[in-house]
Design a protein around this ligand. Structure first.
Ligand code: SAM
Length: 344
């Protein structure tokens, strides 16, 4: 993979003013999906019959995009998918990204979101390559339920080994993301709280959003922030921890300070006003919101343009970022792609 450098910070700041949308939000956070293939078929995400739908770019092309984005003020890059650890050169990709510097001359905050199935082997090499943090998705804390959700046998043991390897490698704090569906895995809530305390990880519950292939979302299936707090507090009282305005998760611990729970509540408590994100799909399209109905063809533009022109294009697209999502409102228009094909 070609080595990249970005312009000296002061020079870059002069060349490309920082990304801002028309609603006054600074955009500092980029998610890059490097594949829409996945080795799990989570029932709330995929139909189970459909595979990847979009082409993948050579990692060098995402790298060029990342370099231009970083020159526009991006400070945090999260690599996602599909399942990002399925790309065999993902460690090399992280190593190249870690050479980029923000406009203030700092290393990027580099993270990966993964289902954790291949993490036991890769946690050490990813850390050595410059990865800072990892988020592992787990929607059950017992092996049988886990395989029903993922439709893969013996995944739970592999993921648990991955979580422990990530901790050992120093990719901390390890965060566990769990999507709750009413009547399906919401009975795992207290067990997840126990898991957070026993494993020393941050468990974050995410409200289910209408982004699945099967289009089975309804407001009734969403387990809301208020319910989550009530259920866990009935077992052991939760104590809220102050969180930054731009943080997506509300944070809680317990009275003895052991274990952290986060709740990401885009449905019941939307945080669009503080959104600082933009996404790149595996085929190199910019999405300015998970719920966009548009995909902007950055890969196409990049192949025929200089970096300066690419930067202008990005600025123009980001400027038009949607003010907010409209989940649950009459006339809600489903997004033009589902989660696995956008990058979560
Ligand atoms: N394969 C990786 C993983 O499992 O983390 C990355 C991709 S996955 C699509 C990213 C995250 O999106 C996972 O935590 C998954 O649970 C979450 N997710 C998928 N569909 C969702 C939905 N409809 N609502 C909320 N979160 C969803």
């Amino acid at each position: 993979m070609a080595t990249v450098t970005n312009p000296a910070p002061a020079q870059a700041a002069r060349l490309f003013p920082r990304l801002m949308d028309k609603h006054g939000r600074a955009i500092t956070d980029l998610r890059i999906s490097i594949t829409d293939r996945c080795n799990y078929k989570c029932v709330y995400c995929r139909t189970g019959n459909q595979g990847a739908l979009y082409s993948e770019l050579p990692l060098a092309e995402y790298l060029r995009m990342a370099r231009v984005f970083t020159g526009l003020g991006i400070e945090k890059i999260r690599i996602t998918g599909g399942e990002p650890l399925l790309r065999h050169d993902v460690v090399e990709f992280v190593r190249e990204l870690s050479k980029l510097r923000t406009l203030d001359g700092e290393p990027l905050d580099l993270a990966v979101t993964t289902n954790g199935h291949l993490l036991a082997e890769l946690a050490g090499p990813l850390k050595q390559a410059g990865l800072r943090r990892v988020t592992v998705s787990m929607d059950a804390v017992d092996a049988e339920r886990f395989s029903k959700i993922t439709r893969v046998p013996n995944g739970f043991q592999a993921v648990q080994a991955g979580v422990r390897a990530a901790k050992k490698a120093g990719l901390e704090p390890v965060k566990i993301n769990c999507v709750l569906l009413r009547g399906f895995n919401d009975d795992q809530l207290v067990d997840f709280a126990k898991f957070a305390r026993a494993e020393g990880v941050v468990v974050r519950f995410i409200e289910f959003m209408p982004l699945e292939e099967d289009r089975m979302w309804s407001p009734e299936v969403v387990v809301t922030l208020d319910e989550i707090v009530k259920t866990i507090s009935a077992w052991k009282p939760l104590v809220e921890v102050p969180h930054g305005a731009s943080e997506t998760a509300r944070r809680y611990t317990f009275e003895d300070g052991v274990g952290e729970i986060g709740i990401i509540a885009p449905v019941s408590h939307p945080f669009c006003g503080h959104c600082s994100r933009v996404r790149l799909t595996p085929d190199g399209k910019i999405r300015t919101c998970l719920f966009s109905v548009l995909n902007h063809d950055l890969a196409g533009v990049m192949r025929r343009s200089t970096d300066e022109h690419v930067a202008d294009y990005i600025r123009g697209v980001v400027h038009k970022k949607e003010a907010r999502h409209h989940i649950g409102e009459p006339g809600f228009q489903p997004p033009s792609r589902t989660m696995v094909h956008i990058g979560g």
